[in-house]
Write a protein that binds this ligand. Structure first.
Ligand SMILES: [Ca+2]
Length: 481
């Protein structure tokens, strides 16, 4: 199939690829559930993100930057493998269960930090993991020399209380390389400070650092002084959310300062993105909103509309990427692995099993007509979408309705369905999606809500009737959100 791709004028330039001796450090910073329009460089006026804005100005902003899934776990599986997570059945959030050696990212998949380790990089992961809590899935067993954080899908920002029900690990102790670790004060700041320590400890060798903040994911908790800074925001959720983003931005500033202080900033490639769009209220879940804004995008976390998957996306590498660059054609989080592995191994092209492209190649080719490229989504095996390089999008977000077709280049809010007007284009895209889906497998993870319920029921069913009447079990079965 041939679809002409519009040439676009972009202000991007890069220098030649460097020698193996000056391979860059690579840092990936990921926010959690952050709305597209909640940074200064994407239009926020009520939240201050000076460090992210400076980072954006120092490199390239991808204005059509996407992630592979509209929520946490699968998005991270795509990011860290560099492969569509539907290839290996990671299509929902894994339940937090350290005792289950099947509940996590397929051990036959190689995470890209493992590839970086093999070519001499020191690797660190800090913050949220969410790719399985049992030993086979532990970051230290998946390509990270160092890990500080938590293995579940989120964490309370202040509390560790081991007496409470586990609740997906939100109140469990943090850990450092498999051993319990404390944090004082506010979690976002603790993660930032640990990232600074990692930079200082590894400054002598090329390193890869993955900083996966859980901010500004719920629970909406922030230090009082940060909330007070946003006292003029009337809505309580938005006010606390703003404070969470503010403290995260300050932490990112500390990490960038550490790179600068040690003379590493010029030759460090820093990515920033969110793992999915900001959660928005829906009819069935009116309290879902976390205070975020996705701007003009339709929907939010959980949707395949742009509100769920179109995220703030920056790459900054002062030595190679011209500051103030803007790239408008679609890119996706898979490209981060492809870029990192290419650069680290001194190659123009990523390994063939990676599904992203080397962004440095895209940037150097920015003023030319690019070849067609498609991005694909599938959630739960039933909802799907596809985007082409002209930003035409064919989507079925609600399985109870008919598919839709949008031209995002003129209709970023996905309001003007073109299905009836352009059935041929829709059919071309549908076939392209089916071709991609041919290489996918069914999801292999039980959705975490069902999993906990069924596991608890299994044990309850095994209790003899007599024992039940005597008040067994002694403690209430925890309920999960
Ligand atoms: Ca998320």
């Amino acid at each position: 199939m041939k679809i002409l791709v519009a040439s676009i004028v972009l202000s991007v330039s890069i220098a030649c690829v460097g020698s193996a001796e000056d391979r860059p450090n690579i840092v990936v910073i990921m926010a959690d559930d952050m709305g597209y329009a909640d940074t200064g460089f994407t239009g926020a006026t009520d939240i201050q993100t000076p460090h992210l804005d400076a980072l954006a100005a120092s490199g390239v902003v991808f204005t059509s930057g996407y992630v592979t899934h509209p929520y946490c776990g699968p998005s991270r599986a795509g990011l860290l493998t560099g492969r569509y997570q539907q290839r290996f059945g990671f299509e929902t959030n894994p339940a937090y269960d350290p005792a289950n050696p099947y509940m996590g990212l397929d051990v036959n998949e190689q995470l890209f930090p493992k590839r970086l380790q093999k070519v001499g990089y020191r690797t660190g992961a800090i913050g949220k993991w969410h790719l399985g809590a049992a030993a086979p899935f532990h970051p230290n067993n998946r390509g990270f020399n160092y890990f500080y954080g938590f293995l579940g899908g989120g964490h309370d920002y202040f509390t560790i209380d081991l007496r409470k029900p586990v609740k997906e690990g939100y109140t469990e102790a943090l850990e450092r390389n498999g051993k319990p670790a404390v944090f004082d004060g506010y979690l976002t700041t603790a993660l930032s400070e640990d990232a600074v320590d990692f930079v200082e400890s590894n400054k002598a060798s090329p390193f890869f650092l993955y900083v996966a903040y859980n901010a500004p994911h719920a629970p909406l908790q922030a230090p009082d002084e940060a909330i007070a800074k946003y006292a003029d925001i009337e809505d309580s959720k938005r006010r606390r959310y703003a404070a969470m983003v503010d403290v995260m931005d300050a932490g990112i500033g500390k990490i960038l300062d550490a790179l600068e202080e040690h003379g590493l900033r010029d030759n460090t490639l820093v990515f920033f993105l969110s793992d999915n769009g900001g959660p928005q209220s829906t009819k069935s879940q009116p309290s879902k909103w976390n205070g975020s804004s996705n701007g003009d995008f339709r929907g939010g976390k959980g949707n395949l509309y742009d509100g769920g998957v179109h995220v703030p996306f920056i790459a900054s590498w002062p030595k190679r990427i011209a500051k103030g660059s803007v790239y408008e054609m679609p890119v996706i989080s898979l490209d981060i692995a492809a870029t990192a592995v290419s650069i680290a191994s001194g190659s123009d092209q990523p390994p063939t099993d990676l599904e992203g492209v080397n962004l440095m190649g895209l940037l150097s080719n920015a003023n030319q007509t690019s070849t067609q490229r498609f991005l694909y989504w599938r959630d739960g095996g039933v909802r799907w979408s596809i985007l082409d390089s002209n930003r035409n999008k064919h989507i079925l977000d609600n399985p109870g309705r008919t598919p839709e077709l949008f031209h995002l280049s003129t209709d970023i809010s996905e309001q003007n369905d073109r299905m009836n007007a352009e059935p041929e284009l829709a059919e071309q895209l549908r076939r392209e999606w089916l071709s991609w889906n041919h290489s996918n497998v069914a999801g292999r993870l039980e959705p975490y809500k069902n999993y906990h319920k069924e596991r608890d029921q299994f044990f309850l069913d095994s209790i003899p009737e007599g024992a039940k009447s005597e008040g067994y079990p002694a403690t209430p079965v925890p309920t999960f959100k």
